[in-house]
Design a protein around this ligand. Sequence first.
Ligand code: BGC
Length: 250
Amino acid sequence: MTHRIGIDLGGSAIKAGVVNVETGELVGQTSTRPTPQPATPSAVAAAVAELVALYPETAGPVGFAFPAVVTAGVARTAANVDSAWIGCNGAALIERATGRACGFLNDADAAGLAEMHFGAGRGIRGNVLVLTLGTGIGTALFANGELWANSELGHLDVRGEEAEHRASARVRSALNLGWADWAARVNVVLDEYHRLLWPDLYIISGGVTEHWAEFGSCLRAGAPVVPAELRQHAGVVGAAAYAATHAGRR
Ligand code: BGC
């Protein structure tokens, strides 16, 4: 069986899709539900169960990409979700709510895994930094194709301000910035990442990549900066791919 369900929790929407985990392609359309406010574990589990119920049994286990540090199936932080998630076993919660085996991981790591396997990072050796620019800034670090999980560089202090408070997509909308002005803020963050990590390639993912034509050419860093090939679907695809190897493992 090559199909798995990928779920990606964002600040405003939960997105789900069935993915062929051999090719990284979405099978059919994605479906969404609004992210519950507050996004407590029980409210999120109910919304995820509704989404999963849209798919037949053959769609397989579930991968859940979540905006927090996740170790051994347990959420450890909650920067942009309800603090009740801290210490919550998200894999077990989703398994109870959906009746399907679940793999639970950080959202940026999910997007990064998808891009390294199926997208802009395919076959790239060296150091790659994948960034998701959304409600926060998520980061996934790869060295020779291997993931350093839970890197959390969105919280790095950059010139006196947390990176994600300076340059997330939410900051762009909150301050009503034009694309070029916002890209200049992202460049300050990329500068700092480069000073400390020297990646060979930056891959940008998240909903904003739909607008790549408006800001991509303004981005500058010490290495090439390219958009995620899977665009806004990288999280869903990576979550499904993770389910293929980790769902139901304890
Ligand atoms: C969280 C990360 C997450 C990122 C993107 C940050 O606030 O701490 O875990 O990957 O937002 O959602």
